[in-house]
Design a protein around this ligand. Structure first.
Ligand code: G6P
Length: 613
């Protein structure tokens, strides 16, 4: 989704902005642009539909010596992706320029009112309305840039992260946020403002996370925060730990492949200090103070979107099975708008890689307003959901750049597994000896993931079979059903093949009608329960000419014989198997996408972090 990067300092702004825009590419976008101040005291705006590389082509050899500028990658909401709708947008008097991430929901009445006052608009965007509004307020009330931005924002309904400049105040950038992220990097006589920390860490590790309804006034050597009521706000500078190599490809063709291969390490990291088989404990620090509240809860509600919703479904299985606490999983977007029954003290957990997904954040906010105790399971440190929740746990997977989530998924499942074990142990729903056995096995999972990754070449070969398919069906039972959903989502996201995840036993109630020799079936069949029933499912598919690719446990014979292809994964306890069985599905979707010539890391239309509802 839209990415912002702005620079105010003593060095050339252009290279910092271009590099920053490239770092933000992973968020998903369809056009890019930037604005700089030139020596003639006017604004130079460059905008281009397409990639940052297209913007660079447009810039050609142009070199503008400016130490202040703003860049943007746009993911279209209002108005098609084209050069005109790309940001930055400028005011009618060509003095002000602005980039925006979010949606100005009341843009239509504002636009009408501004048109009546003589404002003319070039684009179809909501953003252009905002810059004209700032211009109007500034002109009418003779206000400084900061004042005009503040007053204009009081008239706006919606979500925004914005950065604005005014050619008449050539040393100042003004930034503001409400429900869309903005981070300010604090360097030596320079500030880099961005939607996330990736464009910043090359220059400084010191950051300020702008809060909702805060404005930042950024000069070359000073940063001041103000509330919407014009009160000075305290400045909290934090040190981020992200290393540069974690946001680079490190020899892999795509970030997604790098991230798939990082999973033995990231899953181990998610367990560090939280699982100790030798001493016999598993605990999430963030949960410790609240454990009694959770184990006595009537139910836990989990919300998330996309892959995070799939993790929540696995969490439901794990917590219900091990700790016997009822869990309900909801799409965050549905939860918010269907007026759910949440009572004071209910437990609502939000699962999110980015910690910025607008639907998840809105769901968590409304749960909080209804009196729920909220818990966040998040990857991005300092993100909005992490700050909003009453308590939470980071998954510590490091930056995930590939749009298709891989290591964040296994990180989330790992955290939910620790949680289920912690709750079960505390509640006494599993015996001490079973708990200890499970801990010992859990510590083996990173090594077993490594083992699964050795199937890489076999999966690459199988991908050849799938690359011409128009559809695919993913089937799984129990905790393998969410794994099937996740496998299908991966294939859809990056190779554009239509895929469905289904509970294996449900196949006979509909999807079986689709099965013929052109329909590949990917079956996740690691289950120890209901094994014979799964064997029957495979027979049913084969009897109708379907091609079966099965994920089975090492040593498995029956399905291995019937299926067209069998991918063997190490044996493990049933509750840990999603952490292994998802890996071949990630690799399969990766290779199919590569064979189809798709851009694996930046699939069309998708955004890594969906900051609009
Ligand atoms: C987008 C991404 C998905 C992700 C979902 C939820 O749709 O493309 O990969 O699963 O958002 O994101 P979150 O950051 O909340 O986990």
């Amino acid at each position: 989704m839209c990415g912002i990067v702005a620079y105010n300092g003593v060095n050339d702004a252009l290279p910092v902005i271009i590099k920053g825009l490239k770092r933000l590419e992973y968020r998903g976008y369809d056009s890019a642009g930037l604005v700089l101040q030139n020596n003639n005291g006017s604004l130079d705006v460059f905008k281009k539909k397409g990639k940052v590389a297209d913007l660079e082509k447009l810039l050609g050899d142009i070199r503008i010596a400016s130490t202040l500028g703003i860049g943007h990658t746009r993911w279209a909401t209002h108005g098609k992706p084209n050069d005109t709708n790309a940001h930055p947008h400028v005011s009618g008097n060509r003095r002000l320029s602005l980039v925006h991430n979010g949606i100005i929901e009341n843009y239509a009445p504002l636009k009408l009112a501004l048109q009546k006052l003589g404002h003319e608009f070039e684009s179809d965007t909501d953003t252009e309305v905002l810059i004209h509004l700032i211009e109007e307020v500034q002109k009418r009330d003779r206000l400084s840039l900061i004042e005009a931005v503040r007053v204009a924002l009081t008239k706006v309904v919606g979500a925004y992260a914005i950065v604005v400049m005014d050619i008449r105040q050539p040393d100042v950038l003004v930034a503001a946020r409400k429900s869309s992220p903005l981070v300010i990097g604090v360097g030596n006589n320079e500030f880099i403002i961005a939607s996330d920390a990736t464009p910043i860490i090359e220059y400084t590790k010191k950051v300020v996370y702008l809060k909702d309804d805060e404005l930042a006034v950024i000069t070359k050597n000073d940063l001041q925060l103000l509330s919407m009521e014009n009160q000075e706000m305290p400045l909290s500078i934090q040190e981020i730990e992200m290393e540069l190599e974690r946001i680079e490809k490190g020899g892999y063709d795509y970030f997604m492949m790098k991230e798939i291969h990082e999973q033995p390490v990231t899953v181990r990291d998610s367990m560090l200090g939280r699982v100790n088989a030798a001493e016999g404990w598993a605990k999430l620090g963030g949960m410790e103070d609240h454990i009694n509240r959770i184990i006595s809860a009537n139910r836990i509600t989990m919300v998330g979107c996309g892959t995070s919703w799939h993790s929540a479904l696995i969490g439901e299985y794990l917590i219900e099975r091990l700790a016997r606490i009822p869990v309900e999983v909801e799409y965050a977007s549905e939860f918010r708008y269907r007026n759910p029954v949440i009572n004071n003290g209910d437990i609502v957990m939000a699962i999110s890689q980015s910690g910025e997904t607008a639907d998840t954040m809105a769901a968590l906010k409304s749960a909080k307003e209804m009196g729920a105790f909220t818990y966040g399971i998040v990857n991005v440190v300092g993100s909005s959901i992490a700050r909003l929740a009453d308590a939470g746990s980071y998954i510590h997977a490091g930056p995930e750049i590939g749009v298709a989530s891989t290591k964040a998924f296994t990180g989330q499942v790992s955290i939910l597994t620790i949680l289920a074990l912690q709750l079960a142990h505390r509640k006494g729903t599993i015996s001490e000896s079973r708990f200890r056995e499970l801990l010992i096995e859990f510590e083996q999972i990173p090594e077993k993931i490594k083992k699964v990754l050795e199937s890489d070449q076999q999966i690459r070969y199988i991908a050849e079979e799938l690359k011409e398919a128009n559809n695919a069906l993913y089937l799984g039972r129990g905790k393998n059903f969410p794994v099937a959903l996740e496998g299908a989502l991966k294939l859809k996201e990056i190779s554009y093949i239509h895929a469905e995840g289904y509970p294996a036993a449900e196949m006979k109630h509909g999807p079986i009608a689709l099965i013929d020799e052109n329909m590949p079936i990917i079956l996740i069949a690691t289950n120890q329960d209901a094994y014979e029933k799964i064997v029957s499912n495979v027979q049913e598919v084969k009897a109708r000419g379907g091609k079966v690719i099965a994920i089975v446990t090492e040593g498995e014979k029956t399905i291995t014989e019937i299926a067209d292809y069998a991918i063997h994964i190490p044996a493990t306890a049933d509750v840990f198997s999603p952490l292994l069985s998802v890996i071949p599905l990630q690799l399969l979707s990766y290779y199919v996408a590569v064979l189809r010539g798709c851009d694996v890391d930046q699939p069309r239309n998708l955004a890594k972090s969906v900051t609009v509802e």
